[in-house]
Design a protein around this ligand. Structure first.
Ligand code: ADP
Ligand code: ZN
Ligand code: MG
Length: 504
């Protein structure tokens, strides 16, 4: 999207000091949200030239006459970019238009040397899709209006504080990077729904490897359109657009701030003006950037240097057939095939790698529910502590599945497993090797356990007497002594049974 850059400095405008609405005021209004999400496609080269899209090269080195916008240079559409855009659109259940057309969106900005962005306008790549989201309030279908392709602009960096040393630096390495813009219907009714929608878009693009969705690098960014109306009102309220939200936390904060601001303005007798606002993460507030009156007229017209995009049914279906299982399908399958709760299924399908790991662990003999607990609990905690992703897990999926299988078979108590797990994590060994080496086998042999029980009972006559006198809770103390004597290796079930029968 053009014209979305912040001014070099945002003036502290006291007129913008905003009121927050009270809970009872908020309760009178329904919230309406539509999102415009920009996704950077993971192609090796730019959309209309052969320059690399790699990140971090020295400024203005990944450039050529096409992406520098030099006069006479002609764009050529990248086939991988089109294929990724089609895949992304299919994942959002869109219909792919057999013919679509690129369009010039004209505006001036120093990091847009062509003087226009090549986007799509009246004939976008794809339309009429949807995304199903789940929030605390239940399931909901959010419409996807359209998906269109476009090129990204370069990057401006604003520097300096005094007027005499304020500079703007322009780096055109990003100029011509392929993007898709995903425009939703105004179907969301809370910041939570917007959050879940955005989460699904990110997951789907990651599953398809259509984008790395690295938000810190700006590969996924979003404009949120927000309005409020009295419950039961027929017409939507006036919308405000919040530009360039590049984190999930900011998305939620910005929407929540904006809802409160709008309700406070209306309740104070004011009206909402249609405008573009920017979220300031330091203040946690949105600030006005420009109003509708100042909005650019882009003078869109069909791009004369590119032929229309023709996407045949066979091309489209070939791409559809190549798609991996998408997160929504996987989520439903985990619930039915493995009997997992909706929450567990969601966590385990949140990335392709987590799902793959989990399924490999189950395939290695891990009980599905217990394996889910170990993956989501101990494993994720250990990985998080080191900032590691699951594909860098020192415990191979099959080894975790094997550990779980040994618990279910009764070979290991939960307590022993908790002792073995950190060793597996630290040393990368299978559980069997650690059990052998450290002698961590559970003792289920009744003869051996009986002997220890006799010793413990003989050493604790007072507690035995108390038990026989009716204070049965002392059994916990006796079990503790037995487990201590066996270094926690006695099978707790066997200990309990034997102890009770001995105490009569
Ligand atoms: P514009 O012409 O200003 O670009 P569009 O109709 O194209 O507006 O919509 C842009 C985005 O704003 C879409 O995601 C749409 O769902 C959303 N939107 C439209 N009207 C409203 C509204 N009243 N409140 C919240 N979002 C809205
Ligand atoms: Zn180039
Ligand atoms: Mg629009």
């Amino acid at each position: 999207m053009g014209g979305s850059r912040p001014p070099a400095r945002i003036p502290l405008n006291w007129l913008q000091m905003t009121l927050a609405a009270t809970p009872s005021q908020l309760a009178k209004y329904e919230v309406v949200i539509g999102l415009e999400v920009h996704v950077q496609l993971a192609t090796q080269t730019k959309i209309f030239c052969g320059c690399p899209t790699s990140f971090g090269a020295p400024p203005n080195t990944n450039v050529c006459p096409v992406c520098l916008g030099l006069p006479g240079a002609l764009p050529v559409m990248s086939k991988p970019a089109v294929e990724m855009a089609i895949l992304g659109s299919l994942a959002l259940n869109c219909r792919i238009n057999p013919t679509s057309r690129m369009a010039r969106k004209n505006y001036f900005y120093p990091d847009l040397p062509k003087g226009y962005q090549i986007s799509q306008y009246e004939l976008p790549l794809a339309e009429h899709g949807f995304v199903d989201v789940i929030t605390d309030k239940g399931g909901k279908r959010i419409g996807v209006t359209r998906v269109h392709m476009e090129d990204d602009a370069g990057k401006s960096t604003h520097d300096g504080f005094k007027d005499s040393d304020r500079f703007t630096y322009v780096d055109l390495n990003r100029s011509g990077t392929p993007l898709i813009e995903i425009v939703s219907e105004p179907d969301m009714r809370s910041a939570d729904e917007a959050y879940e929608y955005m989460t699904y878009v990110k997951q789907a693009m990651e599953f398809l490897e259509v984008s790395s969705c690295d938000m810190e690098k700006g590969h996924l960014r979003c404009d949120a359109n927000v309005s409020v109306r009295l419950w039961g009102a027929e017409k939507f309220g006036t919308k405000v657009e919040i530009k360039n939200l590049n984190s999930f936390r900011f998305l939620k904060q910005a929407i929540e701030f904006e809802i409160s601001r709008q309700v406070a303005v209306i309740e104070g007798g004011g009206t909402i003006i249609q405008e573009t606002r920017l979220f300031n993460p330091d203040l946690g507030e949105t600030l006005s950037m420009r109003s509708k009156e100042a909005a650019a007229d882009y003078r869109y017209f069909p791009e004369p240097d590119l032929v229309p995009l023709q996407i045949s049914e066979s091309w489209r279906e070939r791409l559809r057939a190549s798609m991996p299982e998408l997160p929504a399908h996987k989520r439903a399958r985990y619930a039915s095939q493995f009997g997992l709760s909706e929450y567990d299924a969601e966590v385990l399908t949140s990335s392709k790698d987590i799902g793959t790991y989990y399924e490999q662990a189950v395939a290695a003999g891990g009980d599905p529910k217990l394996t889910a607990n170990w993956v989501m609990g101990d494993l994720m905690a250990a990985l998080k502590a080191e900032g590691k992703e699951i594909n860098a897990s020192p415990i191979a999926a099959a080894n975790l599945g094997n550990l779980v299988a040994r618990i279910v078979s009764g070979e290991l108590s939960g307590k022993l497993a908790k002792e073995i797990f950190p060793k597996m994590y630290a040393e990368g060994l299978p559980p069997g090797e650690i059990i052998e080496r450290d002698g961590l086998k559970q003792i289920s042999d009744t003869g051996a356990i009986e002997k220890i029980i006799d010793e413990v009972l003989a050493a604790n006559p007072k507690q035995v007497e108390q038990y026989k006198g009716g204070k049965t809770t002392v059994i916990g103390f006796l079990v503790g002594q037995i487990m201590k004597a066996t270094k926690g290796q006695a099978n707790p079930g066997v200990v309990n049974d034997l102890l009770k029968s001995k105490l009569g």
